[in-house]
Design a protein around this ligand. Structure first.
Ligand SMILES: Cc1cc2nc3c(=O)[nH]c(=O)nc-3n(C[C@H](O)[C@H](O)[C@H](O)COP(=O)(O)O)c2cc1C
Length: 320
């Protein structure tokens, strides 16, 4: 029996498998090089890069909570110039797709970063973070209004030599409207979701746990929200989607794909188990074999009705 095909094409780019690492949870790739074989990944999404280097918020800036974590890192990063001179040389040596995540506080800042990255090598795609909830004014403004999402996407589309993946926030009233605005602005694909606004409180001291008071909730606790948002947006736009939020294993990848994602990013899971992505890609082979599916792309957007059996071998897998 031949092994099922895990390759997925997105925006004309072939990914070895649908598993990516999520921005901010995998550094610049090098940090995980001693733990896993990076060529087993579909791709790496790097930490958000801004025009200037940023130290981020003072600690404590992460907090473990039931089913996940809350972070308010504050976009700590080396800045785009050091990213190009210090991080690209390592990324260039890797046999996997590289997606560079860009953040900013004004259209000019995003534009500066995109222009600087246009001259760099080894990059396959840009993920535009318009959804960071932890930095006061700035990124989130672009994802909370249709006008903002359209403006940033259409401006960057004019200058980027790479396909653009626009990363959406769940902290809005109607994510479908924002998704459509980004699509109209020329987004090549969308990724969702970024973290949900949350907070932790110390009940003895009456003080907030994070210096920033609020932060972004991620991890398994948000997976049901993320699945629902991906499904909603899948029904609202024509461009491909990348699912993010609480993925821990191959079953989670399958679920995100079934509701409409072409690729899936793993974030918080990397902190729990650094080789979760490699294990998930191995698990996908077994899952597809058991389901009688020979090409993983067949899962994309295949959500059925309540009582409909989709996987050919579904009854045999029950309970596995
Ligand atoms: C510690 C931490 C730092 C993050 N930093 C970024 C970032 O710099 N840029 C970004 O777009 N998303 C960032 N995120 C959000 C993740 O990329 C992802 O959207 C979110 O965590 C949900 O996925 P998960 O539940 O698999 O972690 C960060 C998340 C965590 C936990």
């Amino acid at each position: 029996m031949t092994a099922p095909n895990l390759e997925v094409e997105l925006c004309g780019i072939k990914f070895r498998n649908p598993i990516l690492t999520a921005s901010g949870t995998f550094g610049y790739g090098e940090e995980f090089n001693n733990y896993i074989d990076l060529s087993c990944l579909g791709g790496i999404v790097t930490k958000s890069i801004t025009r200037e280097p940023r130290p981020g918020h003072p600690p404590p800036r992460t907090y473990e909570t039931t089913g996940g974590m809350i972070n308010a890192i504050g976009l700590a990063n080396v800045g785009v110039d050091r990213f190009v001179s210090e991080k690209i040389p390592f990324l260039k040596t890797l046999d996997t797709r590289i997606i560079v995540n860009v953040a900013g506080f004004s259209i000019e800042e995003y534009r500066y970063c995109v222009e600087r990255l246009n001259d760099a090598e080894a990059i396959d795609m840009l993920e535009i973070n318009i959804s960071c909830p932890n930095v006061g004014a700035g990124g989130l403004e672009f994802s909370s209004t249709e006008k903002g999402a359209f403006a940033i996407t259409s401006e960057l589309k004019k200058i980027s030599r790479y396909p653009l993946m626009i990363k959406l926030s769940p902290n809005v009233t109607d994510i479908s409207a924002i998704a459509r605005a980004a699509e109209e602005g020329g987004a090549d694909c969308l990724s969702l979701i970024n973290t949900l606004v949350g907070m932790g409180v110390n009940h003895w001291t009456f003080k907030p746990i994070l210096t920033n008071i609020t932060g972004g909730l991620s991890g398994p606790a948000i997976k049901p929200v993320a699945l629902a948002k991906v499904w909603q947006v899948h029904n609202a736009v024509k461009i491909p989607l990348v699912g993010i939020g609480g993925a821990l294993d191959h079953f989670d990848v399958a679920e995100f794909m079934i509701v409409g994602a072409s690729l899936v990013q793993f974030g918080t899971a990397n902190f729990i188990n650094p080789d979760c992505t490699v294990k998930a890609s191995e698990g996908l082979v077994d899952y597809l074999d058991k389901s009688g599916i020979d090409d993983i792309s067949q899962l994309i957007g295949k959500l059925g009705g309540n009582n409909e059996v989709q996987g050919k071998n579904f009854p045999a897998c029950e309970g596995t």
